[in-house]
Design a protein around this ligand. Sequence first.
Ligand SMILES: [Zn+2]
Length: 115
Amino acid sequence: MSELAARLRSIRNRLASLEALARDDQAAAAHRLAAELTRELNQALEAAAGPEGHADARGAGEPQAPRDPIEKCPRCTLRSFTFQDGTIRERAAEPGRYEAQYLCMSCGHEAWRRL
Ligand SMILES: [Zn+2]
């Protein structure tokens, strides 16, 4: 893994910590910023990995968008909890596993979900 990729990974891990610190209603902007930065970092990490595409011994577990991008919202129970494209990231607690941000189009609830 290149030095750049290692650096980007470090930033992404800290972003995950930032997101964990942010509280639901008080920090909607922080959520959005974290999602935005995660998206940018994921793109940079892809570029840093190079055309050989060696995903550093992660196996076949490349992150993929969920087959069904809309789920039932855990807060308002309406079926409008929507996968946010470009927010997929590795779970800090479970290396090799991925999660993505979801946003409820009905009540605005935001959360990270395991993929
Ligand atoms: Zn909702």
